[in-house]
Design a protein. Sequence first.
Length: 83
Amino acid sequence: MGWLFVLVMGVIIGLLGKWVAPSGKDDTPWWLTVLCGIVGVVIGYGIFGGTSGIDWIAFFISIILAAAFVVIATTVTGRRTRA
C-alpha cells in the first residue's frame, strides 16, 4: 500500500506541475512531468520515509523534490521562441 501511494502521489504531482505551468510557455511532454513527479516522490520517500503510519516529513519533502524535478525538466526541455 505504501509504494502504491507513492506512485499515485508522483503522478498527481507531475500532472499538477503540468496543469499549473502556463500553456504558452510549457512545451514539456506530459509524460516527462509525470515521470519527474514519480521520481521526486520515490526519492523523497526512499530517503526520508520508513516509519509506520503517515510520515509527514517525507510527504512534504517528496512533494518539494517532485516539484523541483518538474521545474528542472520544464527548464531544460522547454522551447522558447525568439522575438
